[in-house]
Write a protein that binds this ligand. Structure first.
Ligand SMILES: Nc1nc2c(c(=O)[nH]1)N[C@H]1C(S)=C(S)[C@@H](COP(=O)(O)OP(=O)(O)OC[C@H]3O[C@@H](n4cnc5c(=O)[nH]c(N)nc54)[C@H](O)[C@@H]3O)O[C@H]1N2
Ligand SMILES: Nc1nc2c(c(=O)[nH]1)N[C@H]1C(S)=C(S)[C@@H](COP(=O)(O)OP(=O)(O)OC[C@H]3O[C@@H](n4cnc5c(=O)[nH]c(N)nc54)[C@H](O)[C@@H]3O)O[C@H]1N2
Ligand code: SF4
Ligand SMILES: [Mo]
Length: 728
């Protein structure tokens, strides 16, 4: 007999409530849980893909050892013994700092994995944690760390009267951008519009999000600095800034006024490819709004000078007071883990990268507790004895995510030990010494909470695992417990918090029993009671989770002036700005390659799923039809895309939504080694076009350039060249 279970999706931060039917350990159907008070029945195709992996599609069923073709299956306990042994040897010889850890997006929705690996690294005594965020939107962290942060944060988009979204397609990606709830962003945007919200979207593509915009600024990729420099100047020239906010929280704007003098409207229009009148209209709309709110996505954060672009968007937001203010309602701060109250104050800049601990290969420290992943290869290859020798990868696929495989693969190869925890086989598991196959979401008990501060209401849920796991499969957290035990370490769990270094997470700790494996319920009970707002028993008894409306409060006014101000123009930002203004637009490359995400995948996950391949036999290079006509190209032709760094072959697809001069290609498809697929029939790996050369990385967070990449194209072969069968 089929039974019904209630759970939540763990593919992304939206954590949609799901209703699942199951029979004989097979999932029969999945749909949105209409009684879940946060997401109310909403779900997207990736929840269905999650269904398929639970039924065995593209799943890793065993632990493995030995690199590449030599990999064979291994049982869990012998694998843990061997890994423990090899780590012990490395630590005895070279110390704990020879061990590093990388976590990817697959770990982010796994609360127990998160707190276990942070506790493990802390107990071990190694600060070397890397993650996908420094390949993603770490410009946001750099901005906060240089400018400081106005503590009440952004308004929810449905409470704003003008929203500005820059290079974010949240309607499709459900990315948790400032103030836009991740579950069903379209609904929240529409609700805002019903309340009078005007939406401005800055994107080279008429995205699903841009379709909802009142004003779509279809900018040339990589030119956000010009647009926002120009908008800031227009605001200041016209006196549109919010005087009251600026006087209290910023101070003099004279230096900023001077720094943006070069951004006159004609130059800005010329660089951005936008009509002057549209730039003026957007600026006036945003700056004269009573409740504005600006947010960015990966677009400007992956393009050249990403830290500066992010900074300028946030400067525009600051001078227009795009924040919740004293008296504004706060409907949620994070039910399980958020603060009790929100007050007007500045969290001052910290420039954490200037402090210890630092890398060995470069004089730079952590940002929000993480080292820049683009520098991971140099840390492994090292200059001398003192280097990373062992790496543990949790829920990530760095062999693909870390662009420029020419450099990164050589580094992974130089590791003495690479251990990867994943639920499917990936390019990274293929090069690992040990692969630990971990449980899927519906196979373990779990809790919402990692991202509960992003929700528009106070909500939490504990769910039980309801599917039997295949023989030997372990939870991610168990791996860290097993290895810690073998190394004689005591794990002291803290609540899961992202992003943050272990030392900075406030709240109680849970010392795990290291002799007998703790029950999952013990850990979940600890999380649920962290700040005493609820408890495990209450949550576990509520199949649709618990919503609390009585926690709503209002932003408190500042108590006394502590002297902190937002720093809009620290010296390094001023320097970057001057350099950017002096930099001509390179004409050596005719097009710019832009990043985008596909509905059916989460980065490299679900690429091989049947549902994905049906719609996307490969990842297409989307081009404006007028550009295609000028190049003599037709849909399904194969083009060679060449950057200063490398080249790939991609199938071209006409797409009138993309701006002329831009070509958009989703990431982490195709082959790491070009010789494995010289004609690009399995997809085009955009990582070949980006570089890890230090000269090409952004400063501070060392982001590789993954969007607005200068490229040229040439016909590789016509659509009818007879190779199409090989595509699937
Ligand atoms: N060229 C180019 N490169 C890019 C980007 C781009 O736009 N262009 N985007 C960048 C961005 S934004 C990101 S975030 C990175 C992505 O970087 P990564 O996070 O390293 O890559 P993913 O493909 O998301 O890998 C997630 C892995 O987690 C696994 N997984 C899922 N759930 C679990 C779980 O519960 N436990 C464990 N152990 N594993 C799990 C999945 O099977 C998958 O293999 O790539 C970056 N790289
Ligand atoms: N379905 C699905 N959802 C996902 C993911 C996925 O792979 N698939 N990945 C998840 C991850 S890890 C992340 S980080 C988030 C990312 O979430 P988003 O940031 O929403 O990701 P994208 O869809 O790549 O949107 C980036 C947008 O920036 C635009 N853009 C590119 N270059 C520029 C530029 O120079 N300037 C401006 N202004 N715009 C530019 C692109 O056209 C694109 O529309 O999504 C998450 N959600
Ligand atoms: S938006 Fe889609 S992938 Fe994200 S939690 Fe909801 S159903 Fe899952
Ligand atoms: Mo990402």
């Amino acid at each position: 007999m089929p039974t019904t279970e209630y759970t939540f999706c763990r593919n992304c931060t939206a954590q949609c409530g799901l209703e699942v039917t199951i029979e004989d350990n097979r999932l029969l159907s999945v749909t949105g849980d209409k009684n879940q008070p946060l997401t109310k029945g909403y779900f997207c195709p990736k929840a269905l893909a999650s269904n398929d992996i639970h039924n065995g599609e593209d799943r890793l069923f065993e632990h493995r050892k030995g690199r590449g073709a030599a990999q064979t299956g291994v049982e869990a306990q012998p694998a843990f013994d061997e890994i423990g042994e090899r780590l012990r040897h490395i630590i005895d010889e070279h110390g704990p700092r020879a061990v590093g850890l990388y976590f990817g997006t697959g770990a982010n929705m796994n609360a127990m994995a998160h707190s276990a690996f942070r506790a493990f690294m802390h107990a071990l005594g190694s600060p070397y944690i890397f993650s996908s965020m420094t390949l993603d939107q770490s410009a946001k962290w750099v901005n906060i760390s240089r400018m400081g942060m106005f503590a009440p944060g952004p308004r929810y988009i449905h409470d704003a009267d003008v929203g500005l979204m820059v290079g974010s397609n949240t309607v499709l990606t459900h990315a948790a951008v400032r103030g836009v709830p991740a579950a069903n962003p379209r609904k929240w945007l529409k609700q805002g519009k019903e309340n009078g919200l005007k939406l401005i979207v800055v994107d080279p593509r008429l995205t699903e999000t841009a379709r909802l915009a009142d004003l779509h600024l279809q900018i040339r990729p990589g030119e956000d600095i010009w647009l926002f420099g120009g908008m800031i100047r227009l605001v200041l020239d016209n006196g549109w800034e919010n005087r009251e906010f600026c006087d209290r929280w910023i101070g003099s704007l004279d230096a900023l006024r001077e720094a943006v003098r070069e951004f006159d409207l004609d130059r800005v229009a010329e660089r951005t490819g936008l009509p002057s009148s549209q730039i003026e209209e957007a600026t006036k709309l945003f700056a004269t709004a009573a409740r504005p709110s600006a947010a960015t996505g990966t677009g400007p954060n992956m393009s050249p000078r990403s830290n500066l672009a992010e900074h300028l968007v946030m400067v525009l937001n600051a001078i227009c007071a795009g924040y919740r203010r004293a008296g504004d309602p706060v409907t949620n701060t994070g039910y399980l883990f958020g603060p009790n109250e929100v007050q007007e104050r500045i969290i001052p800049p910290n420039r954490s990268w200037e402090c210890e601990p630092k890398l060995r290969s470069r004089d730079t420290g952590r940002i929000f507790g993480e080292f820049p992943t683009a520098l991971l290869p140099d840390e492994i290859i090292g200059k001398g004895e003192d280097r990373l020798r062992a790496l543990i990868v949790v829920g990530g696929n760095p062999a693909m995510a870390l662009v420029d495989p020419g450099k990164s693969l050589a580094a992974f190869d130089a590791l003495e030990l690479l251990v990867t925890l994943d639920v499917r086989s990936t390019e990274t598991t293929a090069i690992s010494d040990y692969v630990i196959s971990t449980s899927l979401p519906y196979e373990h008990d779990d809790i919402t909470g990692m991202f509960d501060g992003y929700n528009p209401i106070a909500y939490a849920n504990v769910v039980r695992g309801f599917m039997e796991r295949p023989h030997g499969i372990v939870d991610d957290w168990e791996f860290f417990w097993e290895i810690a035990r073998r190394l004689g370490l005591q794990l002291e769990l803290k609540r899961p918090q992202y992003p943050a270094a272990y030392e900075t997470v406030v709240g109680p700790t849970l010392a795990l029993d290291m002799t007998a494996k703790p029950e999952v319920a013990t850990i979940l009970r600890f999380y649920a009671s962290t700040f005493g707002r609820t408890d495990y028993d209450e949550l576990v008894a509520a199949p649709h989770g618990v919503r609390r409306d009585d926690l709503v409060n209002r932003v408190l006014p500042a108590s006394q002036d502590d002297g902190f101000r937002l720093d809009l123009l620290p010296p390094d930002v001023a320097r970057e700005l001057a350099e950017a203004i002096a930099e001509p637009r390179s004409e050596a490359f005719k097009y710019r390659l832009t990043t985008r995400r596909l509905l059916y995948t989460v980065n490299s996950a679900y690429r091989h799923a049947g549902r994905t391949r049906k719609r996307f036999p490969t990842n297409p290079a989307s081009m404006n039809p007028s550009d295609m006509a000028a190049e003599g190209l037709e849909t399904d032709d194969w083009i060679r895309i060449t950057s200063a760094h490398g080249s790939v072959v991609a199938r071209v697809e006409a797409d009138p939504t993309i701006r002329s001069g831009a070509i958009s290609l989703s990431h982490l498809w195709g082959k790491l080694r070009q010789e494995d697929d010289p004609d690009g029939r399995t997809g085009a790996f955009s990582g070949h076009l980006s570089s890890l050369d230090i000269a090409e990385l952004e400063s501070i967070n060392f982001m590789p350039i993954q969007s607005a990449v200068p490229i040229n194209i040439a016909l590789h072969s016509k659509a009818d060249s007879g190779c199409d069968d090989a595509r699937v």
